[in-house]
Structure formats: C-alpha cells, structure tokens
Write a protein that binds this ligand. Structure first.
Ligand code: ZN
Length: 124
C-alpha cells in the first residue's frame, strides 16, 4: 500500500483505458469537468465511470484496516464513502448515470468490459 497516493489514480485509469481499447469500447472522454471528476465520461450515453481505489475507498472485498492509526483510517473511509455517495447523487441529479468500479475488478478485463457495454446499451 506504500505506493498508493491520494490523488490522480493514474494506474487504474490507464488500466481501464487499456481494457476499453482491447474490447472496442468507444465514445469515452477523460477529464471532463464534472462533479467528482469522473475517470471517464460517455457523453452520448450519459454515463460516467469511476474507478475507486480499494485502499482509499475502503473496498469491502480487499480492504483491511492498517494496525497503526486505526481511528484515522476509519474516519478517512467514512468520509471518502460519504463523498462518493454525494458525488453520485449530484451527477444523477443532472441526468448522468453513474458506474463505480473497484480497482480489483479491473483484473477481470472481460467482466469489466461487459459491465460497461451493458450500461452503454441500456441508454437512458
Ligand atoms: Zn477491492
């Protein structure tokens, strides 16, 4: 976990971009100025995609509390998750559909591509 940084989750972003490329998922853009700075946005399909880092967002599947500063991390994740919920709500309120993926899901490229394609097909 030492290499995890709080901002600019570039490695997960790149991993997802590679999956999009290899599975012919098109129509996305990055760095669209929206609430919460989604990693990817499909403007035509009104879909935004976030990749949440397992450590920073407290993934229920992978995350284990560090022994040191336990209180700090519990608070930190409570805060991050509450913010995620708010961001999703704001985006939905302005007509976007929100897809959140966990970092560890990216290991299964086929499943991730499938998930995104499914969302793209069921256009609002
Ligand atoms: Zn995870």
């Amino acid at each position: 976990m030492r290499s995890v940084r709080s901002h600019g989750n570039r490695s997960t972003e790149l991993a997802l971009r590679t999956i999009f490329r290899s599975h012919h998922v098109t129509g996305w853009r990055r760095h669209i100025p929206l609430t919460g700075k989604p990693d990817f946005a499909f403007a035509t399909a009104r879909l935004v995609v976030f990749v949440d880092g397992c450590f920073w967002h407290g993934c229920p599947q992978c995350y284990r509390n560090p022994k040191a500063n336990k209180k700090f991390w519990v608070e930190k994740h409570r805060y991050n998750r509450a913010r995620d919920v708010t961001v999703s709500r704001v985006l939905r309120g302005s007509g976007w559909r929100v897809l959140r993926l966990w970092e560890n899901e990216l290991r299964d490229a086929d499943a991730v591509a499938q998930k995104v394609k499914q969302k793209l097909n069921q256009r609002a």
